[in-house]
Design a protein around this ligand. Structure first.
Ligand code: ZN
Ligand code: ZN
Length: 327
């Protein structure tokens, strides 16, 4: 039986570490108690082990399902959204997310979704060999249990204060890591629940996905600049631990992406390359399919940004594979 680590930050925010796969190892769920009831932010991927972890956590906190008023999701990724449908089934609570995030759940897993073939198609055109693309559909389908059952959702009105744990939070919408991503900022204390918009130690993945945001890196960088306008005392992220050096972290992430763009340009200055070739040289070929998928989507996000800035061009060669070259 797994007992999740629970930390009471003594400001109405209780951090519960819910297990997930390597390399992230855990997602931070935050439990906020207030007169309106209990709010759970990002309850983690849905697995039998995590049902067990939540049962243990509720016992420890002296809470039952009937105390839960709402589940709030920063974004649609399975490691955040996963348990929300199950908790809703048990408690009848509302599940809140941004409308843009909901659109993304439809693109990924809705009845009309063609993502399981669109993503391998995109990767093929970007030069990824079949021994990789052939693994993708099984990999994508393997996430389904983690997001089943899907919740019925209510939309969080944007730029309007949202009450959780007896406090009013400003939803701040950014994109790049996930379209429609919401952070929640409490102006008086300077506390922010920032999901995966900003993480300590880890650079949040920025993915180009078919049918989604066509310029995700640009969106991500604009999001970092938007967050820079806030006076943050403590950030409560989706992974790793709460941290105080929020502004410094924003600067580091801005720099990291500029450096990676330079690296990509330097490689293309020596010879044109496909998206897959760029991915292998920026990351590694010794990745599992999960890591490879994120590495590839991130590489394509960077290539798109260089295209947007007029630094490189994408050309189709005779077998339909896209090659990037310097302008
Ligand atoms: Zn995420
Ligand atoms: Zn995450």
């Amino acid at each position: 039986m797994n007992m999740p680590e629970i930390t009471d930050h003594h400001n109405g925010i209780i951090q519960v570490k819910i297990s997930m796969s390597f390399p992230l190892r855990w997602v931070n769920s935050y439990v906020l108690r207030g007169p309106e009831g209990l709010t759970i932010i990002d309850p983690g991927p849905h697995t039998p082990e995590n049902e067990e972890e939540w049962s243990r956590a509720f016992q420890e906190l002296g809470v039952t399902f009937s105390d839960i008023e709402a589940v709030v999701l920063t974004h649609h990724h399975p490691d955040h959204l996963g348990c929300s449908g199950w908790i809703q089934q048990q408690s009848g609570c509302k599940v809140w997310m941004s409308e843009r995030s909901f659109q993304e759940t439809q693109l990924m897993w809705g009845p009309q979704s063609t993502m399981n073939s669109d993503l391998p198609d995109l990767f093929r055109r970007q030069g990824m060999p079949a021994d990789w693309t052939d693994q993708l559909e099984v990999h994508m389908v393997s996430f389904m249990p983690q997001i089943t059952p899907r919740p019925e959702v209510s939309f969080i009105p944007s730029e309007q204060l949202f009450t959780m744990g007896g406090r009013d939070w400003l939803p701040v919408q950014t994109a790049g890591h996930a379209p429609g991503h919401l952070s929640f900022y409490h102006e008086e204390s300077g506390e922010i629940l920032c999901g995966d918009a900003v993480l300590p130690q880890i650079s949040p993945n920025v993915s180009l996905m078919p049918g989604s945001d066509p310029e995700p890196l640009q969106s991500f960088l604009l999001g970092l600049l938007k967050l820079k306008n806030l006076k943050v005392s403590t950030a409560y992220p989706g992974h790793r631990n709460p941290f105080r050096h929020f502004e410094e972290r924003l600067e580091a992430l801005l720099l990291h992406h500029e450096e990676r763009l330079v690296k990509m340009e330097q490689q293309l200055a020596s010879a044109p390359a496909s998206g897959f070739e760029l991915c292998i040289s920026l990351f590694s070929s010794k990745l599992g399919i999960h890591q490879m998928r994120f590495a590839m989507c991130e590489t394509l996000a960077h290539a798109r940004e260089l295209e947007r800035r007029g630094r490189i061009a994408a050309l189709h060669n005779e077998d339909g594979i896209i090659q990037y070259k310097m302008m």
